[in-house]
Design a protein around this ligand. Structure first.
Ligand code: PGA
Length: 241
């Protein structure tokens, strides 16, 4: 595991956008595992700049998002379907929509949806680059503390800490969904290369625990110590002291 402090979120976002761009440039049928959240917004905006400037053909790129809230439609402004359209897919509208995968949080049969999503990743994978943010509580995707390290795509109950952190994006805390569909920890670990970003002081503790090297189910991100190809990019505030 390699950590790089690029000083600012702007620099780290630009660096990671370049890595994603390069992957799609050298491998037109690249498979990208995508993440959402505030951390990724600048990554996507830099990536869109690169794609537009260079007019890259992305029609064969496949994407698989980490997670989605249960109960929010694709049109809901806080759904991750909406987020991805808004920050990436509609900004560079040359992706083939049939190759863009996000769990369906409105599926009538959620048990079947998680099985199908996992199967899609297993059959079409492995993912070349998996982007990850990290929760203050150490979650990756929506794999909250205590998640089975062997988990596949599953339905999760969000913790109070995550509900509180994510209420920033909603009008009030009561509107934050209490459940989500998330790739499991074992799903994430199957990616060939993992890039995790963390910005701001509130992420420092989780990054410090991750770098400790011990795997602890109370801090799900620590399982990344078991993966051979993980890069972490932080700003000054998230860098361990
Ligand atoms: P954030 O979320 O980028 O909005 O901080 C990251 C996460 O919870 O994984």
């Amino acid at each position: 595991m390699k950590i790089t402090n690029l000083g600012t979120a702007a620099r780290a976002s630009f660096y990671v956008a370049c890595e994603l761009y390069k992957e799609m440039l050298v491998q037109p049928s690249a498979k990208l595992g995508l993440a959402t959240g505030g951390t990724m917004e600048q990554v996507y905006s830099e990536l869109v700049n690169l794609l537009v400037k260079n007019d890259l053909d992305v029609s064969n790129v496949k994407t698989f998002n980490l997670d989605e809230y249960i109960g929010l439609s694709a049109e809901h402004k806080e759904s991750y379907h909406y987020y991805m359209q808004h920050h990436l897919f509609s900004q560079y509208p040359h992706f083939d929509q049939s190759k863009l995968h996000i769990p369906d949080g409105k599926a009538t049969d959620l048990d079947q949806e998680v099985i199908d999503y996992e199967q899609r990743i297993q059959q079409q994978g492995p993912i070349d680059i998996q982007l990850l943010g990290i929760g203050e509580n150490g979650h990756i995707g929506f794999n909250e503390p205590g998640t089975d390290m062997h988990s596949q795509t599953h339905v999760v109950d969000l913790t109070e800490s995550t509900i509180k952190a994510n209420s920033y994006y909603f009008d009030n805390e009561s509107e934050v969904p209490r459940q989500a569909i998330s790739m499991g920890i074992s799903t994430i670990l199957k990616a060939k290369r993992i890039i995790l970003l963390a910005f701001g002081e509130r992420k420092r503790e989780a990054i410090t625990q991750l770098l400790d090297g011990k795997v602890d189910t109370a801090v799900p991100a620590t399982i990344l110590n078991a993966h051979p190809n993980v890069e972490i990019y932080v700003d000054d505030d998230a860098a361990p002291q």
